[in-house]
Design a protein around this ligand. Structure first.
Ligand code: FES
Ligand code: FES
Length: 161
């Protein structure tokens, strides 16, 4: 059984008929080619498939596309500036080399953006708690924490002009 769904993804509107059991992960990767959205566990444990729905992080491997009808979805492909410049969180991850293989990085960056929207100046413990659902098999956690702290400081500076 199929159902027509409308999604706004990274500022672009889409409408398609999808099977009722299609996950948002499948829709984003296979229909829209957004390969920053990654599957590892497929059961909501690793966080590699994290995307933002209405600005909040969710595991897209667990979300049915039909239930996201009408939602605004953000993936890593949608966070750069209009001129293609990196998002401040991306810049901080690059500067702090907060990755090795980078498989977990798109999801880490999206979760960090959501965190800094909720808590612009988080403590290290708050960062660790918020990102607890994003696993890094390379163990780059210390660099990731440093990058998130740097991103928070950078965004604070931008806000304060
Ligand atoms: S692939 Fe979705 S949480 Fe692991
Ligand atoms: S950098 Fe390899 S999984 Fe995180």
């Amino acid at each position: 059984m199929q159902q027509t769904v409308r999604l706004r993804v990274n500022n672009q509107d889409h409408e398609f008929a999808v099977p009722c059991d299609e996950t948002l992960l499948e829709t984003l990767r296979e229909r829209l080619g957004l390969t920053s959205v990654r599957e590892t566990c497929g059961i909501g444990i690793c966080g590699a498939c994290t995307v933002l729905i209405e600005g909040r992080p969710i595991s897209s491997c667990l979300a049915l596309t039909v239930l996201a009808d009408g939602a605004y979805v953000t993936t890593l492909e949608g966070i750069a500036g209009p001129d293609g410049s990196l998002h401040p969180v991306q810049e901080a991850f690059v500067e702090h080399q907060a990755f090795q293989c980078s498989y977990c990085t798109p999801a880490m960056i999206l979760s960090t953006i959501a965190l800094l929207r909720e808590r612009p100046n988080p403590t290290r413990q708050e960062i660790a708690q918020y990102l607890a659902g994003n696993l890094c098999r390379c163990g780059s956690y210390l660099r990731i924490l440093a990058a998130v702290e740097a991103a928070a400081a950078r965004m604070q500076t931008v806000r304060n002009g």
